[in-house]
Ligand binder design. Structure first.
Ligand SMILES: [Mg+2]
Length: 174
């Protein structure tokens, strides 16, 4: 069986929806996903970089993120034909470990928790594929990188791109 490693934030979990919503509430703004095309919120509002970072230091931040549409069904299907690993870069926010683990157990109970990898640099991941929104991680990964579309990566052209989980399904299962 070939092995697929899957990133969590902005791939399995809708990280950005909650992030923008918290920000807009706290600062009475109306930032949209379109405003973030090609950049991160901390680049759009550099003067608030520290406050933005503090959202993520909150141990509960990652616990109630929405699951990306179709992620559960497609990952379940993938796990019949591939060895599925979850590879999440958690070292910037170590306080997120427990919430991320519980989130995976709640929404993806069919996955083996021995296949959860909380890592830093993903060059250490030995898999045939890595599905990730982060170009930095794909550059270091030695297998085939699949770029999952997120507002900040829309201008990247170097990788096979998937825009949603149905496209992941087509790529790996058709
Ligand atoms: Mg990510």
């Amino acid at each position: 069986m070939k092995r697929i490693a899957i990133d969590m934030d902005e791939v399995m979990a809708d990280f950005t929806k909650k992030f923008i919503s918290l920000y807009n509430t706290d600062y009475q703004e109306a930032i949209t996903l379109e405003d973030l095309h090609g950049k991160k919120l901390r680049e759009l509002r550099p003067e608030r970089a520290e406050a933005l970072r503090n959202y993520l230091v909150d141990p509960g931040y990652f616990r109630d993120l929405e699951v990306m549409p179709d992620a559960q069904a497609v990952i379940k299907e993938l796990s019949g034909k591939y060895e599925v690993y979850i590879a999440t870069a958690a070292m910037h926010f170590p306080s997120s470990f427990t919430a991320k683990y519980e989130w995976l157990q709640e929404h993806f109970p069919f996955l083996d928790d021995q296949h959860f990898v909380f890592c830093g640099d993903k060059s250490v991941i030995k898999a045939d594929y890595l599905i990730d929104d982060n170009v930095y991680q794909l550059e270091r990964f030695t297998g085939e990188g699949i770029l999952y579309t997120a507002p900040h990566n829309v201008h990247t052209t170097e990788y096979t791109r998937v825009n949603n989980w149905q496209e992941v399904r087509s790529y790996f299962l058709d």
